[in-house]
Write a protein that binds this ligand. Structure first.
Ligand code: AMP
Ligand code: GLY
Length: 428
């Protein structure tokens, strides 16, 4: 019998439901504890932490972990990683899957990430960093093309404005730097050259030394079909993406992932956890749009649907610096995840709409439904409670089969104001 380990999972969205589902399949899982049991999908899989979950009172969570003999903490979202959950929850008897705060800065501080990329000669768009609105405005005015404006800090996926005109770019600067719509996250702004090309997400698991590149995924960021409408956290994803050839994957590993990890190590920062490179495949080769320090959401959902190996083994090996000693197996079948979002997403999602059809949809072959923004209503029914509500994920013999199954399930699920794209995984 493999040794069991008690696990604490931090986070409560679709990504964490997908991770928890994979953890539950492991013969190694002992007790699974959850920080966000309000998510009814997650609640089915574990027990609820009964202390506050915050960086300020982290000692409460430390005590909880000691008391419950937690051996592995898995941190899903970027905020707790940036706040140092990985530093503070690790102990001589407990490992944490997720980078320490100095490494999580790769996502939490886009200006710093640009510096890391520059000093390691990693391909990325040209950019400049500003803390002064007037200087940023003059720079935008002096350019020929409209640039992309990025709040340097964490802004819940809303801090990037791909401006169509220079005027629009200046309005974005004003909103971020003068009106401070993202608060401190907009104290520093990155003004970046606009790149063109298809986008892919390459995620890797890193144990400090070894890098395990995961099959590439493609996310659909815009709200509307054919990539129209505002940027969102992601309206659906599929895996594997065939846009990146095996040769390009090797280039990404050699020219982007390895130098990033090496560059951090030279600065005394050891990276452990998921490193996610958001890439644009430009005519001059793949360039980094952003780094994330966690699984993507929704990318995690098709990835977890395809993962055949034991994720607890994988995470423990990562934390022990022994990734080179394990084999990771993926299903031959592609997976497609269609996000169902609430009315008003991404600006002002409406909560409280009753969701029906989940049981029926879940029974379809190959289909798994991950809960993202749902909760139990007063009468026990499942209602919407966030922007992205569900990630309807299906495996299929090929991508078009996976798509068909995901949409068949998605169509069975109803709630007022349901928003979904019809073209996830189409035309690729
Ligand atoms: P990020 O959060 O940095 O990935 O940005 C969100 C989205 O904005 C990306 O997925 C791209 O679609 C777009 N984007 C970011 N940077 C650029 C860029 N330099 N050129 C064109 N589009 C970009
Ligand atoms: N799907 C994009 C992200 O997780 O940032």
């Amino acid at each position: 019998m493999p040794e069991k380990v008690n696990i604490l999972l931090v986070g409560g969205g679709g990504r964490e439901h997908a991770i928890a589902t994979a953890i539950s399949r492991s013969p190694r899982v002992g007790d699974l504890w959850l920080t966000h049991p309000d998510n009814p999908g997650l609640a089915r899989l574990g027990r609820s932490v009964d202390v506050p979950v915050s960086a300020r009172e982290i000692y409460r969570l430390q005590q909880f972990c000691d008391h419950k003999k937690i051996g592995l903490v898995v941190v899903g979202p970027e905020e707790p990683l940036a706040e140092g959950f990985a530093n503070k929850l690790a102990s001589p008897t407990r490992v944490v899957f997720g980078p320490v705060s100095d490494a999580a800065r790769l996502e939490a501080d886009k200006a710093w990430a640009k510096q890391v990329m520059r000093s390691a000669s990693i391909p990325t768009g040209d950019s400049r960093t500003f803390t002064d609105f007037t200087a940023a405005k003059s720079y935008v005015e002096s350019r020929e093309e409209a640039p992309v404006i990025k709040a340097a800090g964490l802004a819940k996926g809303k801090g990037v404005i791909v401006a169509a005109t220079k005027e629009e770019a200046i309005v974005a600067l004003e909103r971020i730097m003068v009106q401070k719509v993202f608060g401190d996250a907009g104290r520093t702004v990155v003004v970046e050259e606009r790149l063109e090309g298809p986008e892919v997400s390459v995620l890797a698991i890193v144990d400090g030394r070894n890098i395990l590149v995961l099959p590439p995924c493609q996310d659909h960021k815009r709200l509307g079909d054919q990539d129209t409408g505002p940027n969102t956290g992601g309206m659906g994803a599929f895996c594997p993406s065939t846009t990146l050839t095996a040769e390009m994957m090797q280039t990404v590993e050699r020219e982007i992932l390895v130098p990033t990890i090496d560059g951090l190590r030279r600065d005394g920062i050891e990276y452990r956890g998921v490193l996610y490179a958001g890439l644009m495949l430009t005519p001059a080769g793949p360039k980094v749009l952003e780094f994330n320090v966690r699984f993507g959401d929704p990318e995690c959902q098709p990835l977890m649907a395809r993962l055949k190996s034991d994720i607890v083994e994988l995470m423990m090996a990562t934390c022990a610096g022994k990734l080179d000693q394990i084999d990771v197996e993926w299903s031959e079948q592609p997976a497609c995840c269609v996000v169902l979002a609430a009315k008003g997403y991404p600006d002002k999602p409406r909560a409280g709409d009753i969701i029906t059809g989940l049981d029926q949809a879940e029974k379809l072959p190959g289909v798994t439904i991950f809960h993202a923004g749902t909760k139990r209503g007063e009468k026990g029914q499942i209602v919407t409670s966030g922007g992205r509500v569900l990630g309807v994920t299906a495996l299929g013999v090929d991508l078009s089969d996976a798509r068909r199954r995901a949409y068949e399930a998605a169509d069975l699920i109803q709630f007022d104001g349901k928003v979904m794209r019809r073209d996830i995984g189409a035309g690729v």
